[in-house]
Write a protein that binds this ligand. Structure first.
Ligand SMILES: [Zn+2]
Length: 122
């Protein structure tokens, strides 16, 4: 995985990469109902969708470590890939425009999430 060939203009690709990393299925994290085809594209694009099962509004970030984060998907992907590549956290922080402590916090959070969910072959 490359850190340097990412651009803010390919946010859909960044979201797809994060959805793949998280091994997310298009299901509601609250009631597990599969999202309808009608809302799938909106979900995949990071838009808020209404679950027809429980009526809760969700995005693909709901129930993931990225829930509530204001970082762009591009930035989150850089954090995820920097960790996978065992990159220097200082460089990842510079690349993302955030401080190095935040990068390390994200990496610890992802360690926990991977251990709990078994994603990323952990
Ligand atoms: Zn639901």
């Amino acid at each position: 995985m490359q850190l340097c060939d990412l651009s803010e203009t390919i946010d859909l690709g960044d979201q797809a990469a994060l959805i793949t990393y998280l091994n997310l299925q298009p299901v509601c994290p609250k009631c597990q109902q599969r999202l309808s085809d009608r809302v799938f594209d909106r979900w995949r694009y990071g838009r808020r969708v209404l679950c027809s099962g429980c009526g809760v509004q969700i995005t693909w970030r709901s129930g993931t470590p990225f829930d509530g984060s204001r970082h762009s998907s591009t930035k989150l992907r850089r954090i995820v890939e920097g960790r996978a590549d065992k990159a220097d956290p200082v460089k990842v922080a510079q690349n993302c425009g955030i401080d190095v402590r935040s990068v390390k916090d994200w990496w610890s959070r992802l360690d926990v999430y991977e251990a709990l969910t078994g994603i990323a072959g952990a």
